[in-house]
Unconditional design. Structure first.
Length: 130
């Protein structure tokens, strides 16, 4: 699993155009600590993973799973964890707004589903009377 973390983290560093020192600065970890994990000289721990998550704007669970420190979960559960991590980073006002958006979307989709079901029932009724 550690290889998954190393590959992912190396890709993240390259994609962002960061140096190890920049990642260290943003994560609150030392340059040596990051270098040792990437080279396989030490294993990532909880503090390492949470620091990396903070620096990259990822959920700690994602990084802990890549490091093999948490068990794998379904794609649905991973999406829920990601949503929760983003939600937790919002201000109280923005959390209220996000909840309103999600509720509105859910209610709209539910109403659309109910309308489709009503149309199917009407179509069946019309066919039965023909």
């Amino acid at each position: 699993m550690r290889d998954n973390l190393v590959t992912w983290l190396t890709n993240q560093i390259e994609t962002r155009g960061w140096s190890l020192r920049e990642l260290a600065r943003r994560s609150g970890l030392s340059h040596a600590t990051i270098s040792n994990v990437l080279s396989g000289q030490s294993n990532p721990g909880f503090d390492f993973c949470t620091g990396i998550a903070k620096a990259l704007g990822e959920s700690p669970q994602t990084v802990l799973r890549l490091a093999g420190l948490l068990p794998e979960v379904s794609a649905d559960k991973a999406r829920q964890e990601e949503l929760l991590a983003w939600f937790d980073g919002l201000s109280d006002e923005d959390q209220d707004y996000a909840l309103l958006l999600v509720k509105t979307l859910g209610e709209t989709r539910k109403r659309e589903q109910e309308e489709r079901e009503a149309e199917r029932r009407q179509a069946k009724t019309r066919l039965a009377t023909v």
